[in-house]
Design a protein around this ligand. Structure first.
Ligand code: NAG
Ligand code: NAG
Ligand code: NAG
Length: 318
């Protein structure tokens, strides 16, 4: 027979376990509720079926004097970043010339946990390291000066971007052309995407998004369609970044670090998701002509890449 003290001790242990569980549960609930309530208060975040973000009601105007923001480049070691190291450029912008091949950069600002997931590791690491002290806006770019997926050289895109438009929209892609990702590139439920380009690893990326959505965005419904102008170069305001708590970005990077997916795929998972991450809009495809005019002042009519017959036509603007 158990002695009385033994029974009491057992009961006490049981009680401690139950309270422990209760507190754990309670805490996680508090964290979640605390986030949405605080966000509700500032008007930063309105959670809908698929976590659509509300527009911020708090004004955060662009600075009138340099530095106007920060440029974060995720370059490979063999890429020429002289455009970014240019003194004239640095008069207006703070620069973070990351080299993905040099994870233990002597400049500690530019260290990353590992070279994995292409530019995504750099972008997420910059946000995580600087979350409490973000500049008004950040341009996230690759290392190249020119590329097939840019309509102009990168410093020109940066210097001509309309900051009033950025203040209003929070996120602006540096590419306006719909080719090859708009308006319905990723269809994680139905797998019947609108495909009209090379779409490197598109199918694998779509499957990876479908299979990992709950890990990356717990509590957010997976959208039917995910699409935005390609290729992971964009400007974003600190206000748009802070629509999500730091935890979200840490969770995303944790996923990237531990993912067993090929780099080519895990990096592309984020490439498809940046617009959603910052705007809450899973389909973010402004008409190319409107994008060029309103975001970059290129209002003369342009000959945009036309989708082949059978696909939705480019929207007219104006
Ligand atoms: C946030 O605000 C909406 C609309 O006013 C309300 O329906 C919702 O319950 C609020 N959520 C929280 C967690 O306070
Ligand atoms: C840099 O990293 C990329 C991505 O992992 C890799 O493809 C490339 O070969 C690396 N370059 C050098 C010079 O190590
Ligand atoms: C627009 O571009 C396409 C493809 O490059 C070309 O075939 C066509 O002639 C161009 N149209 C005009 C009006 O320039």
């Amino acid at each position: 027979m158990l002695s009385r003290t033994r029974v009491s001790a057992l009961l006490l242990v049981l009680l401690l376990c139950v309270t422990g569980l209760y507190f754990l549960e309670g805490n996680s609930r508090i964290v979640l509720d605390g986030f949405s309530q605080a966000a509700n208060k500032t008007g930063h975040y309105i959670k809908g079926g698929t976590s659509i973000f509300g527009l911020s009601t708090v004004k955060d105007e662009p600075p009138n004097f340099p530095p106007y923001g920060t440029v974060v480049a995720a370059a490979r070691g063999d890429e020429d970043l002289s455009w970014m190291k240019d003194a004239g450029f640095q008069k207006n912008w703070d620069v973070f010339p990351y080299n993905i091949n040099n994870t233990v950069n002597p400049d500690t600002r530019l260290q990353i946990p590992m070279n994995k997931g292409h530019e995504a590791m750099v972008y997420l690491s910059y946000i995580i390291n600087n979350y409490e002290n973000l500049p008004w806006c950040i341009f996230f770019t690759h290392g190249h000066y020119e590329s097939w997926h840019q309509e102009e050289p990168i410093p020109r895109l940066i210097n001509t971007l309309n900051r009033k438009a950025l203040a209003k929209e929070g996120y602006i892609s540096l590419r306006c052309d719909w080719y090859p990702t708009c308006p319905a590139e990723i269809r994680p439920w139905d797998h019947d995407a609108t495909v009209w380009g090379p779409g490197v690893k598109r199918k694998e990326t779509e499957n990876a998004i479908a299979g990992n959505w709950r890990q990356i965005f717990p509590g957010e419904g997976m959208p039917d369609t995910i699409s935005s102008q390609c290729c992971a170069q964009f400007a974003v305001t600190r206000q748009a970044i802070r629509r999500r708590p730091l935890d979200d970005y840490e969770r995303m990077r944790e996923w990237l670090i531990s993912s067993l997916l090929d780099d080519e795929v895990s990096g592309r998972v984020f490439e498809k998701l940046w617009a959603y991450i910052f705007t809450g809009k899973a389909v973010h495809c402004p008409p190319p002509q409107q994008c060029a005019c309103e975001h970059f002042g290129r209002c003369e009519p342009q000959n945009w890449t036309q989708p082949p017959d059978g696909l939705p036509a480019l929207p007219k603007w104006p």
